[in-house]
Design a protein around this ligand. Structure first.
Ligand code: MN
Length: 506
């Protein structure tokens, strides 16, 4: 368990996350304007009368957006509400032309109800993180500030694009239920899982750098052993895993200090300052916003039938958790390896492409990817599996790695030679692994008689070691293997070398 040591003892950390993901759709949640607001699109060119909040305009719900919400809900094992509503959440911002955001009521079940995702907890075991709800809402427009001279602009292209807000669940009635986030690392793993589910489903790019995924971070602390939850603070609009982890840790330590100095934590909204790595109060509880939610009179309740849910369920692809299970059960990979290979859908697709239908390849491919390829991210194109040479570095494809692994399995080359071929490829050598092996004369010697003469030579030249081995120092086998490998310029098949040595040394 992750704890922080204070002056008075150990403290544990309780984290809740409200994650917004920008949902992929052709048009906006309540209008027909394009939802593609990327920076190359000229400002204020994708704006309908609804998005600009002209008086008397009526929102029309985009059915595809609803399908996206249902799809995501099924992806997080959630209940889909058969009936949910839309509400107006009132506040003023220059980038919110309506003066309110259409969202779903805070007190009623939204389109996606209670669900969960599974992550690897800090103890290395799978852990469920409960989700309370995921609701649909509109994104705001974007303010742009130009300081020379000082002017501000509003670009309405993003106004009305659909967001899905995913809120984790803290079971205050059953504090023993530990299905919530308890450390900065678990927060990151949870967010990565949400991101990969959203990507696998095509619901969102969920890219923090691009702003299509952002999180509000709720943090509270309590002494280890305490059964109830204490007051939380909320740090708004975080867009990097690193900053989120830093904010959780800083905020937890700040709260511990407050308690240990006899103070009380107040339910404040905080702002994180990335340069200093600290949080400061943005607004205190006394100034908390009252959003005055009320039902949107322009929108009917959202009714979702079982048929619709089942139709969408049939289109669901394999999600990261299922992929992990498949790797463990079908390929016999360790939990750790399976987790590494499902960190992103692109990685698991790369792995799947390399393994193909040859189960025997899975373990060696996993080892090569995790211990070699991941150390050279510039040498593979995880997204598009492209090939070629860029800046003198070869882009290694799933086919390249599969061929290399097959050559070892077929005893054509040994592990050491495979590594050499791999390094040559990293350095820009072109051609298939077979062609490279031919070009550099890397062929494994499996011919027993050729290896046998090297074995005999090594035994003859090291009488002292032979004596020691025979008197019980069997650890010396490695010494003999090493010498035979050296004598064969690294080309001998290690399995054959081992077998012959054991036989001859008795
Ligand atoms: Mn929200």
């Amino acid at each position: 368990m992750f704890t922080i040591k204070g002056k008075t003892g150990e403290w544990e950390v309780v984290v809740g996350l409200e994650t917004h993901i920008e949902v992929l759709s052709n048009s906006k949640l309540f209008s027909g304007a394009s939802a593609d607001y990327n920076p190359t699109v000229a400002p204020n060119t994708q704006v309908s009368m609804v998005d600009a909040a002209m008086p008397g305009m009526l929102p029309v719900l985009n059915d595809y957006c609803v399908d996206q919400a249902i799809k995501f809900g099924l992806g997080i094992n959630a209940e889909i509400s058969h009936k949910s509503k839309f509400a107006r959440k009132q506040y003023f911002y220059p980038d919110l032309p309506q003066g309110y955001q259409i969202s779903q009521p805070a007190e009623e079940p939204p389109v996606v109800g209670r669900g969960y995702v599974e992550i690897i907890g800090d103890d290395g075991n799978p852990k469920k993180i409960f989700i309370e709800r995921a609701h649909m809402e509109q994104d705001a427009a974007k303010n742009k500030h130009d300081m020379h001279p000082s002017k501000s602009f509003v670009d309405l292209n993003r106004s009305g694009v659909m967001l899905l807000e995913i809120v984790t669940f803290l079971d205050t009635k059953n504090p023993e239920n530990n299905s919530y986030i308890t450390s900065p690392d678990e927060a990151e793993r949870y967010l990565r899982e949400i991101r990969e589910i959203a990507r696998a489903l095509g619901v969102s790019k969920a890219n923090m750098e691009e702003g299509s995924m952002r999180a509000d971070v709720n943090v509270s602390v309590r002494p280890v052993g305490e059964k109830t939850f204490r007051t939380r603070t909320e740090t708004k609009n975080m867009v990097s895993f690193k900053f989120i982890k830093s904010a959780i840790e800083y905020e937890a330590r700040r709260q511990i200090e407050v308690y240990e100095n006899g103070g009380e934590v107040t339910q404040d909204t905080m702002r994180y300052h990335p340069d200093e790595g600290i949080t400061t109060v943005m607004r205190s509880k006394e100034n908390a916003l009252d959003y005055r939610y009320f039902p949107d009179p322009d929108l009917l309740p959202l009714i979702i039938t079982d048929e619709r849910i089942e139709r969408i369920r049939k289109t669901m692809p394999e999600l990261p958790a299922a992929t992990r299970t498949r790797y463990i059960e079908k390929y016999g990979l360790s939990e750790y390896d399976a987790t590494r290979l499902t960190e992103t859908t692109d990685i698991s697709h790369w792995f799947d492409a390399a393994v193909g239908d040859k189960t025997a390849r899975a373990k060696p491919i996993a080892n090569w990817m995790i211990s070699e390829l991941f150390a050279h991210p510039e040498n593979y194109d995880i997204e598009n599996q492209k090939s070629g040479v860029v800046d003198g570095m070869r882009i290694i494809t799933p086919t390249d790695l599969a061929e290399l692994v097959d050559m070892i399995a077929a005893n054509e080359i040994n592990g050491k030679q495979a590594k050499e071929i791999f390094i040559k490829m990293l350095d820009g050598e072109t051609g298939t692994p077979h062609e490279i092996a031919d070009k550099f004369g890397m062929k494994q010697i499996t011919d027993t008689s050729a290896i046998e003469s090297a074995v005999d030579e090594v035994i003859k030249n090291n009488p002292a070691q032979v004596e020691q081995y025979k008197s019980g120092k069997v650890g010396l086998l490695g010494f003999f293997v090493g010498n035979v490998m050296k004598a064969t310029a690294g080309k001998a098949n290690p399995a054959v070398v081992n077998e012959l040595l054991r036989k001859k040394l008795g």
